[in-house]
Design a protein around this ligand. Structure first.
Ligand code: PLP
Length: 411
């Protein structure tokens, strides 16, 4: 089946036999908010419990809401189908997903002390989690081309984000996978590659098809798509999924069933939303680039960027709908611009049906040390724009009047 069909149908058989066909069966999956499930036969309950504790996504008796939930599992099956992976595991937030991935990688790494090899920039929360060593492993920040050299016997995982938040830089996935494979040969143990694919969604890239072991999303963004549910999800192979569920049971980071339902519903319109929002972003990127008050636009779709143009042919099916730009005059003018907007909402987060703007240096990446922020291409005046589904002309009129207002104060 093609992606659009999978997006609409995947995971829906969970509604009972055949979702839309069974006589009198609900057409959409009912939301199951129960935290516990009754049992009559202790033996059967124990069998279900054992199955879940070993990392299965479902069992005849879900037993307890921290172990399993039908809406959660339906969303997981659907997302795995879209990513082309054997399984997926859903969490209470993107950061809960990152945490579970790190803890799982550490338990799978035979060394007493382990490290994470990671490429900046990544989402500010991830940067902070790694830099603080809160979960144990030390982080080794490196560049995309130096990954193989940074990996040693103690490396538990390689982590990168593409397109990266907020610079929209693309990471060459085939190169990362090849470098990890080279280093794995050297140290005699496979080092898993973890990719945060939040900005691309499975509509624009499927990292697992290029050999990436673990694909992560903040479902809060595009997968939900309407700014009303917090969650994360990890698409991966069966072995990793089992290990992730064991960590999820132990640490309690499972997604709420209502959120899982909304994410599953969101997947049905994901291809449509991603492409329509992308269309708006392409247009706005070009208009912004041509505006005299704009210094620079960061967007994989702009022709000047030959490297991302190549990657847009090989690993990504389109530039996406998030862009960032620098205005002339720097941080003060950027702040003035944001304050002058009337339609576009100043807010963190992205991937929603409405257009959001924010300055990463002051908000999402505030927690990252200033030197590292500047090194990874996040100056104080950089603005990140997540383009929604509004008319591109309305969005442009709003940006244009705000750019004019910002420039007036500069003069
Ligand atoms: C938002 C975001 C996260 C964190 O997800 P939450 O759902 O907010 O915990 C991780 N990675 C990227 C790229 C994000 O944009």
């Amino acid at each position: 089946m093609r992606l659009e069909t999978t997006a609409v149908h995947a995971g829906r058989h969970k509604a009972g036999g055949h979702a839309n066909r069974g006589e009198g069966r609900p057409h959409v999956q009912p939301i199951d908010l129960s935290t516990t499930y009754g049992f009559r036969n202790t033996g059967a309950a124990v069998e279900s419990l054992d199955r879940l504790v070993e990392g299965a996504g479902d069992a005849p008796n879900p037993i307890y809401g921290r172990l399993a939930n039908p809406n959660t599992n339906a969303f997981e099956q659907a997302l795995a189908a879209l990513e082309g992976t054997e399984d997926a595991v859903a969490f209470a937030s993107g950061m809960a997903a990152v945490t579970a991935v790190v803890l799982t990688a550490v338990t799978r790494c035979p060394r007493r002390e382990s490290n994470i090899v990671a490429v900046r920039p990544v989402y500010g929360g991830t940067d902070h989690l790694f830099t603080s060593s809160l979960l144990g492993p030390e982080v080794r920040w490196t560049t995309e081309s130096a990954i193989a050299a940074a990996i040693d016997e103690d490396t538990a995982l390689v982590f990168a984000e593409t397109p990266a938040n907020p610079t929209l830089r693309l990471v060459d996935l085939e190169s990362v996978v090849a470098q990890s494979a080279d280093a794995s040969k050297r140290i005699g143990r496979a080092v898993p590659v973890v990719i945060d694919s939040t900005f691309a969604t499975p509509v624009l890239q499927q990292p697992a098809t290029l050999g990436v072991d673990v694909v992560l999303h903040s479902a809060t963004k595009f997968l939900g798509g309407h700014g009303d549910a917090l969650g994360g999800v990890v698409a991966t192979n069966e072995e990793w999924a089992r290990a992730l569920r064991q960590v999820r049971i132990a640490t309690g980071g499972i997604v709420h069933p209502m959120a899982a339902y909304l994410f599953h519903r969101g997947l049905q319109t994901l291809p449509l939303r991603v492409r329509a929002q992308q269309e708006g972003a392409v247009e706005l990127a070009h208009r912004l680039e041509g505006h005299p008050a704009v210094r620079r636009v960061h967007f994989p779709g702009l022709a000047a960027d030959a490297r991302s143009a190549r990657l847009l042919e090989t690993q990504q099916r389109g530039p996406g709908s998030v862009l960032s730009f620098e205005v002339k005059g720097g941080a003060r003018q950027a702040a003035r611009l944001v304050e002058s907007l009337r339609l576009i909402t100043p807010a963190v987060s992205l991937g929603s049906v409405d257009t959001l703007i924010q300055a990463p240096a002051s908000l999402t990446h505030r927690i990252v040390d200033e030197g590292h922020r500047l090194d990874s291409g996040i100056p104080a005046g950089l603005l990140r724009l997540s383009v929604g589904l509004e008319s591109v002309d309305d969005l442009w009129e709003d940006l244009e009047q705000a750019l004019t207002a910002a420039r007036l104060t500069a003069a």
